[in-house]
Design a protein around this ligand. Structure first.
Ligand SMILES: Cc1ncc(C[n+]2csc(CCOP(=O)(O)OP(=O)(O)O)c2C)c(N)n1
Length: 381
C-alpha cells in the first residue's frame, strides 16, 4: 500500500475521458471486442493483452458460468433455498473484477459471483449462504470482498464510506460498488453519488444495466442513458459493452486508477443483459419477449472471446479441452460440496445478537432448547 498525502486535490479529468456534460453528444458504447470476436480499438481506452491473459480471461468466464449453472440446478433439486443467476453478465463481472488491484475493495449485490471468483472467494462459501447454513462464509477483510447485500443499493453507501476512509488513511487503494439498473432509482445510490462527489472519494460505481429489475424494464428507471446521470453529480460516466470482457477490463482499470489518483468517483454503466430469471423464484416468460433474449444470445460474452481466440490462433483444441475438464471438476466439487454441508447448530442464531451476553437472549435460547427437546424420540409432546 503506497502512502500518499491525505489531501486529495480535485484534478481535471484525464485527457481523453469522455465528456458527457449536458448538451455534449453522448459518447459511444466502449467496445474492444465485437460480437463476432474481432478486436477493435477505442482511442480513450487502449488495452494491451498477452495471449496468456486472453486465455485466462476465457477460463474465468467458462468456470464462472459453469459454477452458476450448477447452482441453478442445485436450487431446482431443493439443495439451495434460492439462487440469483449471473448468466449473461460474466464479462461485466470478470472484466471489472480482474481490473482490481489486491488492496482494492469490492462491495457486491447478491449476483456478483464472477467478482467473488476474481477475489478468490471459494464458490462453496457463496452457496452456503444460499443454502441457509451460514451468513456468507468468507472473511470480507481477507478477500477485500464485502458480504452479499440484498437491501437494494445500500452497499453503495457502505462503499462510499469505506472509500472516504481510504482517503483519511492516505492510501492509494480504490473501491468498486456494484449495483443494478433498478438500484439506480434508490435514494441510497443517489446519496452515495453526492457524498462520493463532494468528498472526492476514490470509488467506482459499477452499474450492471442488465435491462431488467425483476419485471421492471430500464425504461421505467430513467429517461436518459444511466451513465449520463454522473454528470449531474459532477463526475465522469462511461457506458461500456458489458458483454465485452476486454472493454470492461480496460474501462474499469482506467476508472479505478482515476479514483485512486485523487480524481474522485466514476460511474460505469456496463450495458448487458440478464439472460436468465431474476432469481429461481421468478418466471421471466411472464413479462418479457423470447425474441429479446434471443437477440442478446448473439452477443454472448464467452462465444465472442472464443471466436477471437480461434480467429487469431491464440488457443488450440488442447486448451479448450483442458478448460472443459476443469469445468467438469468444478461442477463435481460444487455438487458434492453443497450436498455434504453440515446443518448448523440451530442455537448459533442466538450467539451473535450482541457482543456481550444478554439476559433476554439467554432466556430465548433456553426456551428454544426446551422446545427442541420436546421433539426427542420423534414425538412432539
Ligand atoms: C430496498 C429494497 N427494495 C426492494 C427489494 C426487492 N428487490 C430485490 S431485487 C430487486 C430488483 C433489483 O434490480 P436491479 O437493481 O436492476 O438488479 P438486478 O437484480 O437486475 O441485478 C428488488 C426490487 C430489496 N431487496 N431491497
Amino acid at each position: 500500500m503506497t502512502v500518499k498525502s491525505t489531501a486529495r486535490a480535485r484534478k481535471k479529468a484525464a485527457p481523453g475521458v469522455p465528456d458527457n456534460r449536458a448538451g455534449v453528444a453522448a459518447p459511444e458504447l466502449v467496445q474492444l471486442l465485437t460480437p463476432e470476436g474481432d478486436r477493435v480499438e477505442h482511442p480513450d481506452f487502449p488495452l494491451t493483452t498477452t495471449p496468456e491473459e486472453l486465455r485466462s480471461l476465457y477460463r474465468d468466464l467458462v468456470l464462472v458460468r459453469r459454477f452458476d449453472a450448477e447452482a441453478t440446478s442445485l436450487q431446482r433439486q431443493g439443495e439451495l433455498g434460492l439462487w440469483a443467476s449471473l448468466l449473461g453478465q460474466e464479462a461485466a463481472q470478470v472484466g471489472s473484477g480482474r481490473a482490481m488491484r489486491p488492496g482494492d475493495y469490492a462491495f457486491p449485490t447478491y449476483r456478483e459471483h464472477g467478482v467473488a471468483w476474481c477475489r478468490d472467494v471459494d464458490p462453496l462459501n457463496l452457496l452456503g449462504m444460499f443454502r441457509g447454513v451460514n451468513h456468507g462464509g468468507w472473511d470480507p477483510n481477507e478477500k477485500n470482498f464485502h458480504l452479499y447485500t440484498i437491501v437494494i443499493g445500500s452497499q453503495t453507501l457502505h462503499a462510499t464510506g469505506y472509500a472516504m476512509g481510504i482517503t483519511k488513511d492516505g492510501a492509494d487503494d480504490a473501491v468498486i460498488a456494484y449495483f443494478g439498473d433498478g438500484a439506480s432509482s434508490q435514494g441510497d445510490v443517489n446519496e452515495a453519488f453526492t457524498f462520493a462527489s463532494v468528498y472526492n472519494a476514490p470509488v467506482v460505481f459499477f452499474c450492471q444495466n442488465n435491462q431488467w429489475a425483476i419485471s421492471e424494464p430500464t425504461t421505467n428507471q430513467t429517461r436518459i442513458p444511466l451513465y449520463r446521470r454522473a454528470s449531474g453529480f459532477g463526475f465522469p460516466g462511461v457506458r461500456v459493452d458489458g458483454n465485452d470482457v476486454l472493454a470492461c477490463l480496460a474501462v474499469t482499470r482506467w476508472a479505478m486508477d482515476h479514483a485512486r489518483s485523487g480524481n474522485g468517483p466514476v460511474l460505469i454503466e456496463a450495458f448487458t443483459y440478464r439472460m436468465g430469471a431474476h432469481t429461481t423464484s421468478d418466471d421471466p416468460t411472464r413479462y418479457r419477449l423470447a425474441e429479446e433474449t434471443e437477440a442478446w444470445k448473439a452477443k454472448d460474452p464467452i462465444l465472442r472471446l472464443k471466436a477471437h481466440l480461434d480467429k487469431e490462433g491464440l488457443a488450440d483444441e488442447a486448451f479448450f479441452a483442458e478448460v472443459e475438464a476443469e469445468s467438469e471438476k468444478l461442477g463435481l466439487r460444487v455438487r458434492e460440496g453443497v450436498r455434504s454441508m453440515p446443518d448448523p447448530d440451530p442455537t448459533l442464531i442466538f450467539d451473535h445478537v450482541y457482543s456481550e451476553p444478554h439476559t433476554l437472549v439467554d432466556e430465548e435460547r433456553a426456551e428454544y432448547l426446551e422446545y427442541a427437546a420436546s421433539f426427542e424420540g420423534g414425538e412432539h409432546n
